[in-house]
Design a protein around this ligand. Sequence first.
Ligand code: IPD
Ligand code: CA
Ligand code: CA
Ligand code: CA
Length: 289
Amino acid sequence: DEVDGIGVARLRDAALEAATLGSEVVGDAIDKPVEVETKMNATDLVTKTDKNTEDAILKYLRREFPDHMILGEEGGYVGNPDSDFLWCIDPLDGTTNFAHSFPSFATSVGLLYKGQVVAGSVVEFTGGPKCWGMRTYAAGRGLGATCNGDAIHVSDRSTVQESLLVTGFGYDHGEAWAMNMEFFKHFTDVSRGVRRLGSAAVDLCQVALGITESYHEFYLKPWDVCAGVLMVEESGGKVTTLQGDDYTVFSKSMIASNGKVHGEMLHHMKPKVETLSVASELRDLWFVP
Ligand code: IPD
Ligand code: CA
Ligand code: CA
Ligand code: CA
């Protein structure tokens, strides 16, 4: 298993090292006073820790892979624009949770080769004040996915009725966001429950871990999902757009599931998504280098 002459295992280990270095910066800042700034609107937060963590990860990746391209949430594109490799970094996914010491935030580092995810790692912060813990996930294309070093697999539940679902709502409160509120209502009725935790990377890893059956959201960014998508696929799950198309990290809608409830989830959402006035826009890609 090699890409462009580099072993997938080496790339996975590099992603793991990068996410671990980042998580150390986050870990040092937990439960300390946070200064928040806002970005797009009043709910879209950023802290010094987001930036410091991204810097630590960039420093490592630029040293290890000087000829690769990198996309970070806070700093945008850096590196070699001609490279077939693109690292996608979310230094702190779930900034709002972090700022409130609410568990469910993570450092996420994924790697694309010619647009396909080949390696990734997520370090999830669990617990909360007085009992913080960590789960470290890693995956390489074709090598499976692990949590704290042990192989992980999606769950076997095969109906929505017996499923625990998770979704998210981004900072842009538009038409698709409102439709997802309707989906929330529907699925709360027909499943065992719908959770809204606030970190896309964690939401994906929890599907991979087999504790939730399905996760969906609109308008996620490549850095939110790059590592997590591979975790779901390498643990036996399935990822598509909410229109049922092949998913790339540049897609504007996603559903990631254990595979067994995928059809049933899409059956409810796909026809409705197609009626959105932005339905054709959802088929466009974004952040493509
Ligand atoms: C956000 C989280 C959240 C999702 C938003 C993301 P951030 O990332 O992943 O769960 O609902 O769409 O933007 O800003 O905390 O890194
Ligand atoms: Ca953010
Ligand atoms: Ca994010
Ligand atoms: Ca972030």
